[in-house]
Design a binder for this molecule. Structure first.
Ligand SMILES: *[C@@H]1O[C@H](CO)[C@@H](O)[C@H](O)[C@H]1NC(C)=O
Ligand SMILES: [Cu+2]
Length: 313
């Protein structure tokens, strides 16, 4: 009896370390449940639509080489894919109860060249963001965040695959970023889907990013300190990453091909003009690679946030 109680105490003392972190453990796609990869089991014999991932621990460096799918980017030996209809919902379930309520939720897609994503390294792909939720209400220091909503939704997040996305083979990357302590903690996992019934809108060049590459340690949304005096009144949070798919105004990027031709786009200098423009408050108006509108609606002006991002404020 005593031995049992002692063991139980030991076990519960060890638990919080594991429970404090985690990742996406399963999915619901077109109404069907798919179990994910189990990072603590042997990889041998695991057959999942989810890409392998390495541990429940967060990634804490925004340029970490594992940032794409929380692993080295490779597919599993017995990797599966499943079909998903454009315009339908995909739900990712994190472990319960997800412990980090402060920070954004983000969902990305990356199209694979060729007829399957299996064998394609996630680090070689270009990603576009199809869903995001940052500070939903209240202040940085005391507000309701996308991650808080995720917890309230059974520790899950549901994203609709845009109906306009071209049919093809994709990785879908669900991510939650935790800001309760700095550096920010990234929890991304990926699954392989074949999108059917899609549309014809290729992501534009300004909507496409690499992982690592999309984030930098100086991004305002990754250095946000929740515990300052100013945070108790600040109501603006800038979600990291590219503009949402569908909001970019640059030229459509060519679809991915197996022979990747490196392209260099000229970077326009950040704009500081306050010409009567079309970009709304908090909208992007400049930054390296930005090809969209640069004028802000009155009375806002375009302010440089960093080399990659200027914002109407
Ligand atoms: C909540 O999520 C779990 C997976 O973590 C799932 O098995 C369960 O069905 C979900 N409950 C509801 C009501 O959706
Ligand atoms: Cu954690």
């Amino acid at each position: 009896m005593f031995a049992f109680a002692a063991l139980a105490t030991l076990a519960s003392a060890a638990l919080p370390r594991v429970l404090a972190h985690g990742g996406v453990l399963s999915y619901k796609i077109d109404g069907q449940i798919f179990q994910g990869w189990a990072p603590y089991n042997s990889p041998t014999g695991q057959t999942t639509i989810q890409r392998p991932w390495s541990s429940y621990n967060p990634i804490t460096n925004p340029t970490d080489p594992t940032l794409a799918c929380n692993d080295d980017g490779t597919s599993g030996a017995l990797q599966l894919s499943t079909t998903a209809t454009a315009g339908s919902a995909i739900t990712a379930y994190w472990n319960q109860v997800w412990p980090h309520p402060y920070g954004p939720m983000l969902t990305y897609l990356a199209q694979c060249p060729g007829s399957t994503c299996t064998g394609v390294n996630a680090n070689s792909l270009k990603w576009f963001k199809i869903d995001e939720a940052g500070l939903l209400s209240g202040t940085i220091g005391d507000g309701y965040w996308g991650s808080g909503k995720m917890i309230d939704q059974n520790s899950s997040w549901t994203t609709t695959i845009p109906a306009s996305v071209p049919s093809g083979n994709y990785l879908i990357r669900f991510e939650t970023i935790a800001l309760h302590s700095l550096p920010a903690q990234f929890y991304p996992e990926c699954a392989q889907i074949q999108i059917t019934g899609g549309g014809s809108r290729q992501p534009t060049a300004d909507e496409l990013v690499s992982f690592p590459g999309a984030y930098s340690a100086s991004d305002p949304g990754l250095t946000t300190d929740l515990y300052t005096q100013a945070a108790m009144t600040e109501t603006t949070y800038i979600i990291p990453g590219p503009p949402l798919y569908g909001s970019g105004s640059g030229a459509p990027a060519p679809p991915p091909s197996s022979t990747v031709a490196p392209s260099t786009t000229a970077s326009a200098p950040p704009s500081q003009t306050s010409s009567a423009g079309t970009v709304a408050q908090y909208g992007q108006c400049g930054g390296q690679g930005w090809t969209g509108a640069t004028g802000c609606v009155a009375p806002f002006t375009c302010k440089v946030v960093n080399a990659y991002y200027s914002q109407c404020q």
